[in-house]
Write a protein that binds this ligand. Structure first.
Ligand code: ADP
Ligand code: MG
Length: 293
């Protein structure tokens, strides 16, 4: 019997023994010509939350980021900046919802490009870590147009695409900047097959393994109307926050974007770029569990 047949037979036996054909923690190894991409086994991570947190603090050294301080509102505490108060209000609303519903991971999305998803996701993560003992993981899961690293002044890779393709493990893709308790996973190397990467099962594994260490996981995403990635991503997460741009997002597209998600997943809508005469920056409308019935 050829080596390939032996490997396939072994894989089939493993499948029957494990009862699961897609066991990403024990990948099936098929011998070949060595030209394929090797899928790294997951890092050795403790399962307990406290041990995992200690390990992440030890292994992810802090680096100097160079954030865009005009848009990233919480890196410089010297001046009260327009918009800070609105993000505190958003934090309060989410905390209230969390008292009634399980809400640890949140997708930030919007109907169209350039409506403020990245700005809202990044500032939301920053305002959450202003609270004592709140650990936040911010993930750039817009694999088509990764830009979060530019707003933070952090490295683009290794990042999420490198993990999903199997080239890097969890510890290799986590970054820490100057804000205590804020961890970041950048988009990673440009990928030609983002939807396939998001759906290949490694994202679920990543979230399952890192969730115990964090109080919040905030994921930035591509827009809902042109591509299907956000809808796919939402299946792995507890809630969805929709960003719409004041005086710009067409009403019918906002409605259509909301309809792409199960209504119980949508935890609120952020109205971004509100004119200063009406507000300080952005407004937040919560959909409370009561109003969703
Ligand atoms: N509230 C805001 N005030 C001013 N500029 C904003 C605001 N929100 C977003 N922007 C700017 O709009 C552009 C698009 O924002 P971004 O968050 O990258 O959008 P998206 O992620 O939805 O594509 C960026 O140049 C960003 O700096
Ligand atoms: Mg963006």
């Amino acid at each position: 019997m050829s080596r390939l047949h032996e490997a396939l037979k072994k894989a089939e036996q493993q499948k029957t023994e494990n009862g699961s054909p897609l066991d990403l923690e024990r990948p099936t190894v098929i011998p070949g010509d060595g030209k394929g991409v090797a899928v790294l086994p997951p890092a050795e991570l403790p399962s307990g939350a406290a041990e995992l947190r200690v390990l992440l603090m030890e292994r992810c050294s802090q680096s100097l980021w160079n954030p865009d301080r005009k848009m990233m509102l919480f890196f410089d505490r010297r001046n009260p900046v327009v918009g800070v108060e609105e993000f505190r209000t958003l934090r309060s609303h989410l905390s209230l919802i969390r008292e009634q519903l399980p809400l640890q991971s949140l997708l930030v999305t919007s109907p169209l490009p350039s409506e403020g998803k990245t700005v809202v996701a990044a500032n939301l993560a920053q305002v959450l870590v202003q609270q004592r003992e709140q650990r936040v993981l911010l993930v750039d899961s817009d694999l088509r147009y990764s830009r979060m690293h530019l707003s933070l002044g952090a490295s683009r890779s290794p990042g999420l695409s490198d993990y999903l393709s199997g080239a890097k493990d969890e510890l290799a893709i986590l970054q820490r900047g100057p804000l205590e308790n804020l961890f970041f996973i950048a988009g990673g190397k440009a990928a030609s097959n983002p939807t396939e990467l998001i759906g290949n099962g490694r994202l679920r594994l990543l979230l399952r393994r890192l969730c115990p260490a964090f109080d919040w996981i905030i994921m930035d995403s591509p827009p809902v109307i042109p591509v299907s990635d956000a809808k796919l991503l939402a299946e792995y997460l507890d809630g969805v926050l929709i960003v719409v741009q004041s005086d710009a997002t067409p009403h019918d597209l906002a409605r259509k974007a909301c309809q792409e998600f199960a209504s119980k997943k949508i935890v609120g809508v952020v109205l971004n770029r509100v004119k200063p005469e009406y507000s300080y920056g952005s407004q937040y409308y919560a959909t409370t569990p009561e109003t969703k019935k």
